[in-house]
Design a protein. Structure first.
Length: 463
């Protein structure tokens, strides 16, 4: 560990708050000598004063080391139920003509100690302890957002933390990191994990939310700037997703058994989300009445066995049921015994619909592989609805209403997949139009003239 970021850790026993160190057992009690001896004694005295509410200002000590002026100071870190003293050393400035003496760097040292002292004045921590990022996320942030976020959102946060961030920044002191530290780390994550721009944005938003929570709750000093503000991540090419064409959807309806066929029809003709399909119950489906189309009302969603409310306010909007879907739904109802209550697609639990991934594995996977069908997942049907509507000339704003998106830009960016065939057809028509213009222009520039003995011959180009 370099001189500008050196740490020495000593754990305080909860009973008497005396120092213990694994190295002391090997070296004996006389292992700590020299200029640090007085500091260690003060640490033991401070730790013994339980219930102390007033926080002394840490000034640190300025030392000269290998051509640098260095600031050495102590910090008390919270790690679970234990308090850990960390002795730190940071470089202030080189020893040069502008910084010849300790006095010349005292102002610089004071400015470096300001965030350290501010972080100790934590109303939520009477001991003045400072949190490492990993300890704070696990013991403060995640418990605080339970019940305030969707279960799927919290699950995504935990996966992001455990896979990408915990191995890299769990030991960082929260008050001691700046924007460039996070930007460097996020660039490294994007390159080594090969993540797209959208995933990297999720990682950055998660970290920013952690710091916002720490600032608002007083775990970081008042006036602390969120270090994630202004962070720019590397631009990595997004993985391309695919939408099923109308022809592919019809093929699925022709070859699949009844239950998967009905699920495909609901997702392909009504553009429902996976969790919404699992939450569908027969009272949510209102059949057609006269000239009016039937409707599906979205009242709930089911994610990993947990029943919750729809994703957004717009997600609760009723979904029109076209006649083709109505016929398939009625066939499915008759196959289920003409029921009028309970899940439309019953699973193992009475009140919860079946697991769609399980339906694919057990009833679809081998069949689709046998006919050479490229399965894109259930969401390909929802994207296929948006793409088909776009091919029919439906404005993207209307498609967003059908998919119940809050913003039409989401529909256009992530759901509408303009097929290469459309682009080829457009270029073919462009070529034909250009050829007509070119022929007309050549006729005007080089008209044909009559010639003796012949009907007409083309005129030669005028030089």
């Amino acid at each position: 560990m370099g001189e500008d970021d050196a740490e020495t850790t000593h754990r305080l026993c909860p009973e008497d708050c005396t120092r213990t160190n694994a190295g002391d057992e090997r070296r004996g009690t006389q292992s700590h000598r020299g200029p640090w001896r007085e500091i260690y004694e003060r640490l033991a005295q401070d730790g013994a004063q339980k219930g102390e509410k007033t926080m002394t200002t840490i000034k640190g000590s300025i030392t000269r080391h290998r051509g640098w002026w260095c600031l050495r100071y102590r910090e008390r870190i919270r790690e679970g139920a234990a308090l850990v003293w960390v002795l730190r050393s940071k470089r202030i400035a080189r020893v040069d003509s502008l910084h010849k003496t300790k006095r010349s760097v005292e102002r610089l040292a004071e400015s470096m100690m300001e965030p350290v002292n501010a972080a100790r004045k934590n109303p939520n921590e009477s001991s003045g302890a400072i949190f490492r990022l990993g300890e704070f996320v696990e013991t403060k942030y995640f418990p605080a957002i339970e019940g305030k976020r969707e279960a799927s959102t919290i699950d995504g946060y935990k996966k992001t933390w455990n896979r990408y961030l915990n191995p890299r920044c769990a030991n960082w002191l929260m008050h001691d990191r700046e924007t460039h530290h996070f930007e460097t780390m996020l660039d490294e994550i994007a390159k080594t994990e090969n993540l797209g721009a959208q995933t990297m944005a999720h990682v950055r938003f998660f970290l920013s939310g952690v710091y916002d929570f720490a600032i608002h709750k007083g775990y970081l000093a008042k006036g602390t700037t969120n270090p994630l503000i202004g962070v720019e991540t590397s631009k990595v090419e997004e993985a391309e997703t695919r939408a099923y064409t109308a022809e592919e959807t019809i093929l699925l309806l022709d070859v699949l058994p009844p239950m998967p066929r009905t699920i495909v029809a609901v997702m392909g003709f009504a553009a429902l989300r996976n969790s919404e399909v699992r939450g569908l119950q027969w009272p949510d489906y209102l059949p057609a009445n006269g000239n009016q189309l039937g409707m599906i009302q979205i009242n709930r969603k089911v994610w990993r066995g947990r029943i919750g409310k729809p994703k957004t306010k717009k997600s609760k909007a009723p979904v029109p049921v076209i006649p083709q879907l109505a016929v398939i739904l009625e066939e499915h109802r008759r196959a289920c015994g003409g029921v009028t209550t309970g899940p439309i697609f019953p699973g193992r639990k009475p009140a919860i619909g079946c697991d769609l991934d399980g339906v694919y594995r057990h009833h679809m996977k081998s069949l689709l592989r046998g006919i050479g069908f490229e399965w894109e997942g259930w969401y390909g049907l929802r994207r296929g609805t948006a793409t088909t509507l776009d091919r029919l000339g439906v404005p993207v704003e209307v498609a967003a209403m059908i998919l119940r998106h809050t913003n039409s830009r989401t529909t256009e960016k992530h759901y509408v997949k303009r097929a290469p065939a459309i682009a080829i057809d457009a270029m073919r028509r462009f070529s034909e139009g250009f050829a007509k213009i070119q022929a007309l222009r050549e006729h005007e520039m080089f008209p044909t003239v009559p010639h003796e003995g012949t009907k007409e011959v083309p005129n030669t180009r005028v030089q």
